[in-house]
Ligand binder design. Structure first.
Ligand code: 5GP
Ligand code: ZN
Length: 114
């Protein structure tokens, strides 16, 4: 989808600080980090949000979480703790409609989220 920001990052048309890429998933640093570590993980395939995923996407979504786990080790935040978040839809604050996992860490976080 040429009008999707994250598709354009996946295609290399928009620059991003990529920290992981494989045949299915690309991970890059958030342009406006909300924590010292803030990485976004996206599937290469365009899926607008979690709402539009299918049961057949279970392995893909599981892999994204496993990659987030491994990136947390590389970022040195696995011991202190981190948060893995998917915002889905307007009330959750989703602003880019290409499904993505946030990996956030490096500071203490409040609960519940705002
Ligand atoms: P959402 O609000 O949809 O859950 O998360 C979208 C995230 O994308 C936000 O944290 C925002 O800072 C990030 N973002 C928006 N535009 C860009 C961009 O051009 N490059 C990168 N790397 N991140 C972006
Ligand atoms: Zn997209």
């Amino acid at each position: 989808m040429s009008d999707c920001l994250f598709c354009r990052i996946v295609a290399g048309e928009v620059p991003a600080k990529v920290v992981h890429q494989d045949d299915e998933v690309v991970a890059f640093r958030d342009i406006d980090p909300k924590a010292p570590t803030h990485v976004l993980l996206v599937p290469r395939r365009h899926i607008p949000s979690l709402r539009e995923t299918a049961d057949a996407d279970a392995a893909l979504l599981g892999r994204m979480i496993m990659i987030a786990r491994d990136l947390a080790v590389r970022e040195g935040i696995d011991g202190s703790g981190y948060r893995v978040v998917i915002n889905s839809g307007p009330q959750a604050g989703q602003s880019v409609f290409h499904v993505h996992v946030h990996l956030l860490g490096g500071r203490a976080m409040a609960w519940p989220p705002g």
